[in-house]
Design a protein around this ligand. Sequence first.
Ligand SMILES: Cc1cc2nc3c(=O)[nH]c(=O)nc-3n(C[C@H](O)[C@H](O)[C@H](O)COP(=O)(O)O)c2cc1C
Length: 187
Amino acid sequence: MTQPSIVSLSGSSGSGSKTRVLAATAARLVAERFGRTTRVYDISDFQPFLGNAQRAEDLGPDAQTALASLKAAEAVIIAVPVYKGSYPGLFKHLIDLLPVDFFAGKPVLLTATGGGDRHALVIEHQLRPLFSFFSAQTLGTGVYASERDYLDGRLVNEAVLARLDQAAGELAPFLGRPQLNAAAVGH
Ligand SMILES: Cc1cc2nc3c(=O)[nH]c(=O)nc-3n(C[C@H](O)[C@H](O)[C@H](O)COP(=O)(O)O)c2cc1C
C-alpha cells in the first residue's frame, strides 16, 4: 500500500471535533501546495486499546497502520485541543508509546485549538518541547485557532488560514517546489 505523504494526527476524537477540522485543513493546504497525498488520523484510530497500552505493540491493527503512516510520512501535522493549558493526557500517552527516534528529522507543523486565545502559547510551551525531545524539525510557525474561528464545521478565520498557509510554505525545504494546479488527494 502506498503511504500518504502528509499525515495529520489530531489529539482529539468525536464527530464535530474542531481539532480534526484544523488537522484536515492544514493537511489540505499542504497537499494542494506541494501536490501530495494526505491522511488524517485522530485518537479514535488508536482505540480501544490506547488507555491501557504500555507499549505501541499493545495497540490494535488500525493503530499500527496509523503509526506506520506517521513514521513513513514526508511531513507530519500535529493538532491538539487545549486541555487545562496543555495537550490532552490521552494524546501524551500515545506519544509516550513511540520510540525516541520516531520523529527524528521529520518536519512537523504544530497546531492547536482552544476555547479562546488565552492558551495560544500551548504550542511554544508544551508542543514544541515535546517534539524537540523527539528531534523533530518543528516548523517555526505554529498555528492556533480558537472556537470562534470555526463556522458550520469549517475553519473560516482568514488570519488563521493565512498563518496556516505561511506554515505550509515553511515545508518547501523538505518537500521541494510548490506545484502549479496540483491535484491533492484528501481523506
Ligand atoms: C477537559 C477540557 C479542558 C479544556 N481546557 C481548556 C483550556 O485550558 N484552555 C482553552 O482555551 N480551552 C480549553 N478547553 C476547550 C477546548 O480546547 C476547545 O473546545 C477545543 O476546540 C476542543 O477541541 P475539539 O472540538 O477537537 O474537542 C477545554 C475543553 C475540555 C473538554
